[in-house]
Design a protein around this ligand. Structure first.
Ligand code: GRF
Length: 211
């Protein structure tokens, strides 16, 4: 897979750890980042993964920047693209090149609280007073946070939650969910039928537990 990041890279780390621990039978062929100082770059390099940075101002347009990133993913033979906190919508060429093979993780139970980067969705959930929040892995399409839902993980919203405590509870589930979903792709279990995704042999939802 190629993992695209923009910042902290904790979901990238979850993938690196899952592979190291034998829970995920896949390889991170390349990490692609669009910010020079993203902390996630160090995580990738520490794990010995080929890592490339494509900064927007080095390119004439967003399209040419995204073309260069796409060429990089293809040169590394990526079969699955994982958006692990990538803060831009990918150009249409990506979606055409990797139909149904680009996944994104979003910190809400979509379709609720779509749009906005961490911690906006978590803050919106808190303000809406929902009692269950969570995260979603979905197929990335040309629309923001709108592609078919692959899997979700749910967490409770507690009475004394702040945005930080809720975001951290969700993040712990992101780190369980994302490697699990990639493993299902690796096993060939993921079947996309229109807007619905079926994962052969498993129920694709995880529940929070404090134990
Ligand atoms: C996560 O909250 C993810 O759901 C969202 O961006 C954040 C990325 O965090 N898409 P990290 O860079 O993986 O730590």
């Amino acid at each position: 897979m190629a993992v695209l990041i923009s910042g902290r890279g904790s979901n990238l780390q979850a993938l690196i750890d899952a592979i190291a621990e034998g829970r995920l039978d896949a390889e991170i062929a390349v990490v692609i980042c669009n910010h020079k100082h993203a902390p996630g770059i160090q995580r990738a390099r520490a794990a010995g993964i080929a890592t490339y940075v494509f900064v927007r101002r080095d390119y004439e347009s967003r399209e040419t920047q995204h073309e260069a990133m796409l060429a990089c993913a293809q040169e590394h033979d990526a079969e699955l693209i994982v958006l692990g906190g990538f803060d831009r919508i990918l150009s249409p060429a990506w979606v055409e090149t990797y139909p149904n093979r680009i996944i994104n993780i979003h910190p809400s139970l979509l379709p609720a609280f779509a749009g906005g980067m961490n911690p906006k969705p978590q803050q919106d959930a808190l303000e809406a007073g929902v009692k269950i929040a969570g995260c979603t892995v979905h197929i990335a399409t040309a629309d923001v946070d709108a592609g078919p839902i692959v899997a979700q993980a749910a967490v409770p919203v507690l009475a004394d939650d702040t945005v930080d405590t809720l975001a951290n509870r969700i993040l712990a589930q992101e780190h369980r969910l994302l490697p699990q979903v990639v493993q299902w792709f690796a096993e060939g279990r993921v079947h996309i039928e229109g807007d619905r995704v079926r994962i052969a042999g498993v129920i694709p939802c995880l529940w929070w537990s404090d134990g």
